[in-house]
Design a protein around this ligand. Structure first.
Ligand code: HEM
Length: 448
């Protein structure tokens, strides 16, 4: 049970080796079905996508505003549809991403200035990237920075709060397995989530209040200057609905990218020949000043490195669990209504029947291959698939591209205290996202 709680994706992958690609486990009153092959994933995410498009809200998140969830929405209800349509149009469409480029470049510029002023010092990669991403996102949402790169304390508080909500939502909770005792909140996870939610809401609440006051006093904002908050207010979202949506976007849109960046950098520093090859590919055509406005999708080896990171380290290892809205058949097995369904992306990525030499970081495997992460190649689904697939993919990939390319082109990297990169500890730590157990620190030296 201890291993199941610590590394459930690995335990489930081992079960799959023994019992086949579709297994079911009963945990208390809950039935869990795990799909662990590309064929099983296709049935869940394509053939039975509609029936399996629900989510189970963990007891820790069973708060009063349960009807306002987007990422955790129980089914594809009207609120979920309006969030998804609005986010696609205002945040993730090609036009929206293009419109955010000045802002993205500005925040990246702050990050690079910070690095240039801290050369020779060991920098915690996750904190650096988190602050850059959260400020980019908070500016897209509210036209305001949440954090200052030098203000470690607030950054830590915000990151800790987001992390605790995620952690509490995946911690094995007796209330989830035996809903009859759910109301008692025996482990205190629901109460703890509520406290963090209250604290984090204070980041957005003050901004919403101020904006409402501006609107009431008829301050006119040109249409092209309106941000996401203006759109939400035009659509009569309540302050609680805004707080929950912002929080869910911050949770879904920062930890995933930060963790993927950390894994990509860990693999690149560990595999020096690959690092030098990708650095050469990028520097042949780009310099520090041209990166921000270049099309980074045209560099094959660089993109292969990003794909290989997403394959070997799928940061959402079992997707965000689905729930059967009604009974349906998957590979000849009947999944009963309300069963929870995991798609074990980690197991598929590490399966030697699917990938040759699956545990080795080998970007070359993607060169000359059409396999992509757009949700149609079921051997490679780090962003999921079907109607609950990650809508933030274009934004996440854009951030990965621009931040990683700037760090590769602009700097040489080393581990602190002359540590040997080939011995870097690559142990994983399970949460909703699969993080590095030991945070990565790098010393950056400018190549200018
Ligand atoms: C490397 C980056 C990212 C990865 C690997 C990733 C992965 C995922 C996965 C696996 C899911 C669940 C899909 C499913 O159930 O089939 C998901 C859902 C979601 N992601 Fe992402 N994500 C990333 C970045 C982002 C970003 C940048 C945002 C927004 C700013 C975002 C917003 C969301 C939302 C809102 C959902 C819930 C969709 C729904 O339930 O309808 N993600 N993501």
């Amino acid at each position: 049970m201890h291993q199941m709680a610590k590394n459930p994706h690995v335990v489930a992958a081992n079960f799959a080796k023994q019992y086949g690609p579709l297994i079911s486990l009963r945990l208390g009153t809950r039935l869990l079905v795990v799909a662990s092959s590309p064929e099983a994933a296709k049935e869940v995410l394509k053939t039975q996508d509609r029936q399996l498009s629900g989510r189970s809200i963990p007891d820790a998140l069973q708060q009063t505003f349960i009807d306002y969830y987007f990422v955790w929405a129980r089914d594809c209800n009207e609120h979920w549809k309006s969030c998804r349509t609005l986010c696609r149009a205002e945040l993730f469409s090609a036009k929206a991403i293009e419109g955010q480029s000045n802002l993205r470049n500005e925040k990246l510029g702050h990050m690079l200035d910070f690095l240039n002023n801290t050369q020779g010092k060991a920098i915690k990669v996750e904190e650096l990237i988190f602050t850059t991403l959260i400020n980019t996102l908070s500016n897209v949402l509210f036209s305001k920075d949440f954090l200052d790169l030098k203000d470690d304390e607030t950054a830590h508080r915000l990151k800790f709060g987001l992390f605790k909500i995620l952690e509490n939502s995946v911690t094995p909770n007796v209330s989830d397995f035996f809903p009859i005792v759910g109301g008692l909140d025996l482990q205190g996870l629901r109460k703890d989530c509520l406290n963090h939610l209250d604290e984090l809401s204070s980041f957005s609440e003050a901004i919403v209040k101020q904006r409402r006051a501006q609107i009431a006093s008829k301050v006119v904002v040109a249409d092209d200057k309106k941000d996401f908050l203006d759109r939400l207010l035009e659509l009569n979202f309540t302050t609680s609905q805004i707080n929950i949506l912002v929080l869910e976007l911050c949770i879904a849109g920062t930890d995933t990218v930060v963790t993927t960046m950390e894994w990509a950098m860990a693999e690149l520093i560990k595999n020096k020949d690959i690092f030098l090859k990708v650095q050469q590919e990028l520097t042949q055509e780009l310099n520090f000043d041209t990166i921000m406005n270049s099309d980074l999708s045209k560099f094959p080896y660089f993109n292969a490195c990003i794909k290989e990171t997403l394959r070997l380290h799928p940061v959402v290892p079992v997707l965000i669990p689905r729930r059967a809205l009604e009974a349906c058949d998957v590979m000849g097995y009947t999944i009963p209504q309300n069963a929870q369904v995991w798609v074990n992306v980690w197991a598929i990525s590490h399966d030697p029947k699917v990938w040759e030499d699956p545990n080795t970081f080998k970007p070359e495997r993607f060169l000359g291959s059409n396999i992509d992460y757009m949700g149609h190649d079921y051997e490679f689904i780090p962003f999921g698939g079907g109607r609950r697939m990650c809508p933030g993919l274009p934004s996440g990939v854009k951030s990965l591209h621009i931040i990683l390319a700037s760090l590769i082109v602009g700097y040489d990297w080393a581990l602190p205290n002359g540590e040997d990169p080939t011995k870097l500890d690559m142990t994983e730590k399970f949460g909703v996202t699969l993080q590095k157990e030991k945070p990565l620190e790098i010393v950056f030296t400018s190549r200018k």
